[in-house]
Ligand binder design. Structure first.
Ligand code: NAD
Length: 351
């Protein structure tokens, strides 16, 4: 059985809708994993896949992950995900608009049980197009009354998770003078590096895009290759690029006692959580540490509307969640991943 087949076999979702868009002819998918805690929130991505089963698998897998992420952050939200499956025909601006309007119809069919947001391949501008056809959309620009780009909030949440991790593994939450390797200087990595520089941390940074080097130098950071950054003799490694970076090869080579970053799905497989513990590395579960963006969107979805002060307070509280996860893991003699999943499952079960 392939991984794509397994996701379909293990289906534990509330609702999945696949519709062929009448304007674009493209397949649109919305998967709602759970609304036990509230409306299912999750990004809508425009992506090309080798086969439709992989697109469906992405929607199923990512919507489930959103359920756990929102539950562990204690948000009154469930988990969902949207996908527009691109084909070989070029996506002209007119066809893009058609695809987004087709997707908006699929979103609207859920009558608010699913709320979409920006994701891979979509922007705040795309959300505005979707908003012309359905009210069930977030992540609009501040100008349009939304909460804007979630990335700086994700960075702020990772910083809070780092402080808590430093307290646990190094005895102090103060990041001044700590050495941190930030891998990936994108929408989250760069604001995170800026926050860390402000805290007085000493930075090693890496990105496959060499044009980021100027940003690194402006922060007084040392520019190295991504491989060197992973193995650097630092206090914290912060993966802020792709997933799957922690595996049987990279974990034994780590010299940092803490891994805490924004990248989704950092572990090549769940067993790596134990390998990290065996090597004495404290790992902040990614879906706990990187919840700042969704916490910010949660503030936008309140009946009272968006307030950046409330967002700041709630994003900083990610540090409290990380502390609780580490405490639970220590009490039960388990890994932070197991403790975070147990907390998420208990919250979903409680509804
Ligand atoms: P981004 O595309 O803006 O930035 C990623 C950066 O990583 C780019 O600069 C890219 O050149 C670099 N990169 C890619 N492959 C690399 C490699 N092998 N080594 C080093 N650098 C590499 O993405 P982002 O929005 O900053 O998100 C970064 C990660 O955080 C992703 O895994 C994303 O899923 C996750 N995340 C982001 C948010 C958010 O609010 N943007 C929220 C939660 C999780």
């Amino acid at each position: 059985m392939t991984a794509a087949d397994r996701y379909v076999t293990d289906l534990d979702h509330e609702e999945v809708l696949l519709r062929r868009g009448r304007r674009s002819g493209l397949l649109t998918i919305v998967a709602v994993h759970s609304t036990a805690r509230g409306r299912a929130l999750g990004g809508g991505r425009l992506w090309r896949y080798d086969d439709n089963r992989l697109a469906l698998r992405d929607a199923l897998r990512l919507s489930r992950a959103m359920t756990w992420k929102s539950a562990v952050a204690d948000l009154p939200l469930g988990g969902g995900k949207g996908v527009v499956v691109l084909d070989a025909t070029p996506l002209t601006p007119a066809r893009r608009r058609d695809a987004l309007l087709d997707f908006a119809e699929t979103v609207d069919a859920f009558d608010g049980r699913y709320v979409t947001a920006e994701d891979v391949g979509t922007s705040a501008r795309d959300m505005a197009t979707i908003a012309s056809a359905t009210p069930h959309v977030t992540g609009l620009s501040r100008r349009r009354g939304g909460s804007g780009d979630p990335s700086p909030w994700t960075a702020l949440g990772v910083l809070a998770a780092m402080r808590e991790s430093a307290e646990r593994a190094l005895g102090s939450a103060d990041l001044a003078g700590r050495r941190v390797a930030v891998i990936g200087l994108g929408h989250v990595g760069l604001p995170l590096a800026r926050l860390l520089a402000k805290e007085g941390a000493s930075l090693v940074v890496a990105d496959i895009n060499r044009s980021r080097r100027a940003d690194a130098e402006a922060l007084g950071a040392r520019w190295v290759s991504p491989r060197t950054a992973m193995r650097a003799a630092v206090d914290i490694v912060a993966p802020c690029a792709l997933g799957g970076v922690l595996d049987h090869e990279t974990v034994p080579a780590l010299r940092a006692p803490i891994v805490c970053g924004a990248a989704n799905n950092q572990l090549a497989d769940d067993g790596i959580a134990e390998l990290l513990a065996e090597h004495g590395v404290l790992w902040a579960p990614d879906f706990v540490a990187n919840a700042g963006g969704i916490v910010n969107i949660g503030v936008e979805l309140r009946p009272e509307g968006y307030d950046p002060r409330v967002a700041r307070e709630r994003v900083r509280a990610i540090g409290d969640t990380v502390r609780r996860v580490y405490d639970d893991a220590a009490d039960r003699g388990t890994t932070p991943l197991d403790a975070a999943m147990a907390l998420a499952r208990a919250r979903v079960a409680a509804g």
